[in-house]
Ligand binder design. Structure first.
Ligand code: NDP
Length: 387
């Protein structure tokens, strides 16, 4: 029988909700491009309910306990003596979400001899040391596509919010003010701007598609080029790398995974090549940007704004400089954890567990590491320190 250790974020301060703002979720036919939605044999939760916090348990308890497995759910994941560290040594399966990542470092993996499966209930498995997972034969899987559109919507919202100076204007209302000049002296239209994405995978391409109707000039860079018909349909300009694209852009959105190729990409040197007053939106991973270089660029005016929902570490400490730097539109890590997304990744997590417990193959598109090597989506989008 397996022991499943599930790390989830804390419940709302006022307790787990007993009522919701809406009565349900829209029906989706599938993902763009034809990938099918998660298809577990069953679910024990109500789509649209809060599943990602401790009391939500990703809707897994009944399913696992009916089969005789053990489920431990905690939010206590960091620091010596955390519940996570205490429970890990005899755990078979770890589940965590990127929003509240259980960092599976090489040291932790070495202390978990029974660990066989690490599931990311979401997308982005950089909180798992993939080299260590490969060395120890741990399978890593994530729920590919589950929240890609959720993040794309968030990125578009943040682009509009920064360029139009929405958050300071809203603050004026909350503060009882009405100084129009204060609100508009940093407010522009996105129409006509050049907007580029670093990576045009599921999220990056969805951002480009959503921006197209704003009559902007769209740019992208990626390791693989998009089909010519997509480039034509969206009027895309391809650049060989970020360094080649950035000088052309008024707005840059980052949609690449964090891996050795992208870590620290946006440093002082690269930011200096951007147009003065460019906006940078990073909903991918915090460490793709150099934390202090971002602060310096906002203070000097090299960047007119920075927004995103990804931080390092998570949760961000109270004195993290991104909380107080000028002209930012940061949120906690929420873009991929809307109630809509939660229903998909809870179902996808269950689908992965069903396959693993039954000894049947996990969907190729959910795999990051398997059999001691990058596999499936991981083989396409990730790199290790040696690859
Ligand atoms: P995809 O795998 O669909 O797309 C990632 C793209 O990045 C691929 O096209 C890949 O290229 C490209 N890429 C990889 N390395 C580079 C590089 N060095 N330069 C340029 N492009 C590169 O992933 P998603 O779009 O679904 O997600 C992207 C990332 O967004 C995730 O890895 C995750 O970190 C983050 N994310 C954030 C969430 C949030 O809540 N904020 C939620 C979900 C994801 P190729 O295919 O050519 O190899």
């Amino acid at each position: 029988m397996a022991k499943v250790l599930c790390v989830l974020y804390d419940d709302p301060i006022d307790g787990h909700p007993t009522a919701y703002a809406r009565d349900g979720l829209p029906d989706l036919a599938g993902y763009p491009g034809g990938q099918t939605l998660p298809s577990p044999k069953g679910i024990d939760f109500t789509p649209g309910h809060l599943l990602g916090s401790v009391s939500g348990e990703l809707g897994l308890r009944r399913f696992l306990e009916e089969r005789g497995h053990t489920l431990v759910v905690t939010s206590d994941k960091d620091g010596d003596g955390s519940v996570f560290d205490r429970e890990l040594p005899d755990t078979d399966v770890v589940i965590s979400q990127p929003f509240w990542p259980a960092y599976l470092t090489a040291e932790r993996i070495a202390r978990a001899p029974k660990l066989k499966l690490a599931v990311t209930a979401g997308i982005g498995s950089d909180h798992v040391d993939l080299d260590a997972a490969i060395a120890h034969g741990v399978t890593v899987a994530e729920v590919t596509y589950c929240n890609s559109i959720s993040v794309a919507e968030h990125a578009v919202m943040m682009i509009l919010s920064l360029v139009r100076n929405y958050l300071p204007a809203h603050r004026t209302v909350l503060d009882g003010g009405w100084n129009i000049a204060d609100c508009v002296s940093r407010s522009y239209d996105v129409e006509g701007m050049h907007i580029g994405t670093v990576a045009a995978g599921r999220i990056g391409l969805a951002v480009l598609r959503r921006l197209k109707p704003f009559d902007v000039h769209l740019h992208y860079t990626d390791r693989h080029r998009l089909p010519a018909e997509v480039e034509k349909e969206l009027g895309l300009t391809f650049h060989t790398d970020a360094a080649a694209m950035l000088p052309h852009c008024d707005v840059v959105t980052v949609n690449a995974p964090l891996h050795p190729e992208t870590e620290g990409l946006f440093d002082d040197r690269l930011i200096a090549t951007m147009k003065r007053g460019a906006y940078l939106i990073n909903t991918a991973r915090a460490r793709i940007a150099d934390r202090d270089a971002i602060v310096r660029a906002l203070e000097s005016g090299q960047l007119a704004g920075y927004a995103g929902d990804v931080w390092y570490p998570q949760p961000a400490p109270a004195d993290h400089p991104w909380r107080t730097m000028p002209h930012h539109g940061m949120t906690p890590h929420i873009s991929g954890s809307s109630l809509s997304a939660q229903a998909r990744y809870a179902a996808g997590t269950r689908e992965i567990l069903e396959a693993w417990l039954d000894g049947t193959p996990i969907r190729e598109e959910y795999l990051i590491v398997e059999g001691g090597a990058l596999a499936g989506t991981g083989a396409h989008s990730y790199s290790t320190r040696t690859r």
